[in-house]
Design a protein around this ligand. Structure first.
Ligand SMILES: [Fe+2]
Length: 476
């Protein structure tokens, strides 16, 4: 039987598996080769964060989510592009590199020492997303605190609790609500009564702890969504098997249990009165990511990628080893919540396997029409990484699917509004893409109005960069 450390025979290795090798080629901003023509008014920096080294001391980590973080950035100005790439260094990453072995527990990797498994801190791999706030840039990972990065050259500047304002956990999925001029985020605090800590990050001014809400058990929460008035959480029936964890058996990921009989609990939390939580039960489903949400006629409309169960966790673990026994079953859904009636109605929008939904940042928390995703181009493509960028018109159901080239694999597309634009889709989609044929990474620039025309430009690094999960746009 294959284990996390048993290599596949060469003949069975898919071409994209090379993108899951350790990245070491760090550099600051350097000119990039540009193919096509970059829009003159695209001015700012795309920052992407993901796992970029996949083991230490010869031991391969147990899950893609365990990879040590790295950041890449592309700075667009005056029709040109400059790219930077860095490894992110945290005290726990550094301690393992210096020791040449795994020391800490992480999502899918258990610490070798029983004491550390039971009592030790979890590793800060700083590998999931990038956030800018008050002119500062951070790499985030959901189980721990932020790591600040230099906006000048992406160098890591150290872990931070932002003067004690956040922690012990600050998730990798903050959501800004434009009309409130603030971003919101959460952290899960495990204990006898597991708690959901809520944070407000005003565009200017100090971070506010909004309060803590009891959770229905030892749950797994990756993302949430905000409207102009509410924070919405889908708490799926994934529970940690606490007795196995207390015996030191297996990693956190090994000990997640799918318990459909519990159903999914929906939490609707009023931003202005977080103690007045509305809770209701829905059928069992799991959600990793949300696109956007808004309120209409007393109802809350939520766009998210929904899974029938938690087998996607296995798909995600297998990706970095080139295996595919579990299917990636995420589909874009629109869910309408009626908090007063305590009901939920869900429609599947598309049968295409997809992930990383997003919308224009100008309408976060407000009604949007378009959702952008990374997706699988065909029914069998799920065996590899997402190989298409998709635009969905939520009003007509029209889906525009764009593949970027043979054996080109796209990460989450990020929508950048065109300055002075009027239509919602007036802007660009930026997608970090891995070309497995040349073993190089580029950022594709698509006109979001006509993505089917293909990239208007590609800004190439002269090397590969591993797939990243999430990113942010820093306007010039
Ligand atoms: Fe995520």
């Amino acid at each position: 039987m294959l284990s996390a450390t048993s290599p596949l025979p060469l003949s069975e290795k898919p071409s994209w598996l090379k993108a899951y090798r350790d990245f070491t080629h760090e550099h600051g901003f350097q000119p990039m080769r540009v193919e096509g023509r970059l829009p003159e008014d695209l001015k700012g920096t795309l920052v992407r964060v993901g796992p970029v080294t996949f083991g230490v001391g010869g031991q391969r980590y147990g899950h893609w989510f365990d990879g040590d973080g790295g950041a890449m950035a592309v700075r667009f100005a005056g029709g040109g592009a400059r790219g930077a790439a860095r490894l992110i260094d945290t005290p726990s990453i550094r301690a393992e590199r210096e020791a040449g072995r795994v020391i800490y527990s992480n999502y899918g990797t258990a610490a070798p020492s029983l004491w550390r498994r039971l009592c030790g801190e979890v590793k800060n791999a700083a590998n999931t997303s990038a956030m800018t706030w008050n002119g500062r840039l951070f790499a985030l990972m959901e189980s721990t605190i932020p790591t600040e990065l230099s906006l000048e050259d992406l160098r890591p500047l150290g872990e931070t609790t932002l003067d004690g304002a956040v922690g012990p956990a600050f998730s990798a999925h903050p959501h800004r609500v434009g009309s409130r001029r603030a971003a919101y985020n959460f952290g899960v605090r495990y204990g006898r009564v597991p708690l959901l800590d809520l944070y407000e990050l005003p565009d200017s001014g100090p971070i506010r702890r909004m309060g803590s809400v009891p959770l229905p058990g030892l749950v797994m929460l990756h993302d949430f969504i905000a409207t102009e008035r509410h924070l919405v959480f889908f708490v799926s029936p994934v529970r940690i098997r606490i007795f196995r964890m207390m015996l030191g058996l297996g990693s956190i990921s090994d000990n997640f249990d799918w318990r459909p009989e519990l159903g999914t609990e929906v939490l609707v939390i009023p931003i202005d009165e977080p103690s007045k939580v509305m809770r209701f039960q829905a059928e069992p489903f799991h959600t990793w990511h949300f696109g956007n949400a808004f309120e209409q006629d007393g109802r809350i409309v939520v766009d998210s990628v929904r899974y029938p169960d938690f087998s996607s966790n296995k798909w995600l673990a297998e990706q970095m080893n080139g295996w595919a026994t579990a299917d990636a079953q995420g589909r874009l859904h629109r869910t309408t919540l009626d908090p007063k009636a305590g009901t939920l109605r869900t429609e599947q929008v598309s049968d295409r396997r997809c992930e990383f939904p997003g919308a224009t940042p100008l309408l976060t928390g407000a009604r949007h029409r378009y959702v952008y995703l990374a997706a699988h181009s065909g029914p069998e493509a799920w065996r590899g990484p997402q190989d298409a960028v998709v635009k969905v018109d939520m009003e007509t159901g029209r889906e525009t699917v764009v593949t970027l080239g043979r054996e080109h694999y796209a990460s989450e597309p990020v929508f950048i509004p065109r300055p002075g634009g009027s239509a919602e889709d007036d802007g660009w989609l930026l997608a970090q893409t891995y070309d497995a044929t040349s073993d190089k990474t580029y950022v594709a620039v698509l006109d979001a109005k006509t993505p089917e025309a293909g990239p208007v430009a590609r800004a190439w690094l002269d090397h590969f960069f591993p797939f990243t999960f999430h990113g942010t746009w820093v306007p010039a």
